[in-house]
Design a protein around this ligand. Sequence first.
Ligand code: ATP
Ligand code: LTN
Length: 327
Amino acid sequence: MKRVLSGIQPSGKMTLGNYIGAMKNFVELQDDHRCYFMVVDMHAVTVPQEPEDLREQTEMLVGLYLALGLNPDRASIFLQSHVPAHAELGWLMTTLAYMGELERMTQFKDKSRGKESIGAGLFVYPALMAADILLYNADLVPVGDDQKQHLELTRDLAHRFNQRYGETFRVPEVFTPEIGARIMSLDDASKKMSKSNPNPGSYIALLDPPDTIRKKVSRAVTDSGREVRFDTANKPEVSNLMSIYAQCSGLSLQEIEAKYEGQGYGTFKKELAEQIVSLLEPIQERYHEVRSSGAIHDVLKKGAGEAAEIANETLREVKQKMGFVLG
Ligand code: ATP
Ligand code: LTN
């Protein structure tokens, strides 16, 4: 079975962008792949986090993984900080990565722009991400479009290590959805929908109540036309809403165009909101059950045990090849 690994930062409220770009594929891949799904809490602290918020957001994200249908009997679900091999291989990867490569990362440029003091962790972030992936010799990494550059760097580091020390790491492939790999903000279709956007009207959070969802969709920016047509160059706002519609309903873009031909944006937006609500309502119900059941801690313990077994084996091989004296 091919191996799959991915992670999400517990750095805020999960959005429909996170779901469509990444989490939906996690659920689909778990049936016929050996899957490892993490909450990357050590990545989240590369920008300041309130300790209480970090704890709550971490548990919230694990709760969402389970509510979305990730099954701990099929996939290992764990926290990055519970498997110390991540920090250790992360360090070794920083010794392999070049400053120039890290400077070119657009996520680093975006997150450090305008800041007076920039944590060194934010800079070496992609080396830790490479370690996350390479520890499990993952074949596929399901992520949204914005992570492709980090994946390329991971591939380069894997090649570099293999060349320098002998064949060790499998070189992973990125796995993005065909539609919706980059869901855009509801208030500005030139920006990615992001949980750290200060305007909550710009995103739909997976735990937003139905009426909030309806309000946010009705206020989403569109153009002054009335044709529901997929054309990202000329109709970026409507195309974005259509991608969301397609991913929530299972309809193709052509089917959506045909369904709303001659109807204008009003009906389209109303029905889009209902599609989102009917996707999210059952997830929200399960989420509240999971949180009150207290199941999360057992799931994490099991997941960390399974993950550590593989991760420690890889780390040992890496250290041996690099010339460390093994204990
Ligand atoms: P932040 O705003 O704090 O940077 P984020 O919302 O971008 O966070 P991440 O934790 O960085 O979320 O991403 C989790 C996963 O969701 C990644 O695989 C990322 O590519 C994907 N993702 C995030 N935003 C979107 C989006 N707008 N469209 C598609 N995929 C997305
Ligand atoms: N950088 C990613 C989160 C992340 C990740 C990973 C994704 C950290 N480690 C390993 C896939 C595989 C992000 O910001 N979304």
